[in-house]
Design a protein around this ligand. Structure first.
Ligand code: GLV
Ligand code: MN
Ligand code: MN
Length: 394
């Protein structure tokens, strides 16, 4: 897609592959500047809200607005489409509607949500959670990144007043409907031969941090029987996650950090993050409980302590039925898909009618450089989004 080509070099991660574009870091700020410039070029009025989300308005900001957009931040080493496709498609849909001579009767906005991936501060959808009050500002402000920088500090440097971070009912009250276009993060559309689908549900999902504490020591001199090595219960927890994830549950340890982290050093502490999801909250919680029990047992057997903290949890989301039916009427016979991926649309769905469109990803891979969508499918996504916006705002 032409607009996405502008972003090709930004935040390219030579070590991990793909892109690392974490909120308020140089690459993400560059993407924000790109968005602002593109929106202004289209005559849209751009503002940053008190939580670091960007809003580009076609028409005066006001109630009953039709809002579309996504995010520009990425996971570490992520693909080019997760987030930016929704933002670029929203701008392209505005172009398309303009070219047709369309004039929205309701205010229309393109939004860029901050820290959707939680790639820097650990809590996904931080911008939309703050906006809706799903996370307390006191907690958000004290979240830290890998270098110990707080969200408050990073936000301040990005021109946000930490004292004003938090629920924004006035802004939330302006949203009449929210539709997010996103690259498909799975393999459902390819066999169906369809470029675009409509979202139905988001599986319950959450993140847990397990910190194992043992005794740091010398790899060559500490006898095996004397060790309290937190890497051992951490490793057993990885295996417990694999065996707890059955019958449709997914459990992942994608991040594990030994402290201090030296080849010839027995770690003093190991932090491990568990991501768990399934179609129901009880089965998700059951799997997590099983992993945590295994972690506690493994820690005790190694003479280590373990501290467990739920960093975030999102219950099941069912997108607004009326909005979905309206989208279906506009798009005709397109597949309706559930997803195991979290989105800002899911956070907003608890407050306003929200929905999603997915664009086919022939690799089926996401959160990795292989994530892909063809130009033709991206164009079909823009066409679908424009038709939906026209229906909602016309
Ligand atoms: C976000 O993409 C998530 O599902 O973790
Ligand atoms: Mn993602
Ligand atoms: Mn995303």
């Amino acid at each position: 897609m032409t607009l996405l080509r502008d972003l090709e070099g930004v935040g390219a991660d030579r070590f991990r592959g793909g892109y690392s574009r974490h909120v308020f870091t140089a690459p993400e700020l560059e993407l924000r500047a790109w968005f602002t410039e593109q929106a202004q070029r289209r005559g849209l009025d751009v503002e940053q809200d008190r939580n670091g989300n960007l809003w580009a308005w076609w028409g005066r900001p006001g109630p009953d607005a039709v809002v579309t957009g996504s995010h520009l931040d990425s996971v570490p080493g992520g693909g080019a489409f997760d987030g930016p496709l929704g933002v670029a498609s929203a701008l392209a849909a505005v172009d398309r509607l303009r070219a047709q001579g369309f004039r929205p009767r309701r205010p229309l906005a393109v939004v860029v949500f901050a820290e959707e991936e939680g790639g820097r501060f650990g809590v996904a959808c931080l911008g939309s959670r703050l906006l809706t009050g799903a996370i307390a500002p006191e907690r958000a402000l004290t979240l830290t990144d890998a270098d110990g920088v707080t969200f408050a500090e990073a936000a301040r440097r990005a021109g946000i007043d930490p004292a004003r971070v938090g629920p924004d009912p006035d802004r939330l009250g302006m949203i009449g409907a929210f539709v997010e276009l996103h690259v498909e993060q799975g393999r459902a559309l390819e066999p169906l031969g369809q470029p675009v689908a409509i979202g139905s549900t988001i599986d319950p999902h959450g993140r847990w941090r397990l910190s194992f504490v043992g005794r740091g020591d010398h790899a060559g001199t500490a006898l095996m029987g004397d060790r309290r090595d937190p890497m051992v219960p951490a490793a057993r927890t990885v295996l417990a996650a694999r065996s707890a994830a059955r019958a449709g549950t997914r459990a992942t340890v994608g991040r594990l950090v030994p402290v201090p982290g030296g080849t010839n050093v027995i770690a003093r502490r190991v932090d491990l993050w568990l991501d768990a999801r399934s179609a129901s909250e009880p089965s998700t919680r059951e799997a997590v409980d099983e992993v945590i029990s295994a972690a506690r047992l493994a820690a005790a057997e190694e003479g280590c302590e373990v501290e467990v903290r739920e960093e975030s949890f999102s219950g099941e989301v069912t997108f607004d039925a009326e909005l979905r039916e309206r989208i279906q009427r506009v798009l005709g016979e397109v597949p309706v898909l559930p997803t195991g991926a979290g989105h800002d649309a899911g956070v907003l769905a608890a407050h306003v009618p929200a929905g999603m469109l997915y664009v086919r990803n022939p690799t089926g891979v996401s959160h990795a450089p292989e994530e892909f969508a063809t130009d033709e499918d991206c164009a079909a996504g823009v066409e679908s989004l424009a038709a939906v916006l026209e229906e909602l705002a016309g």
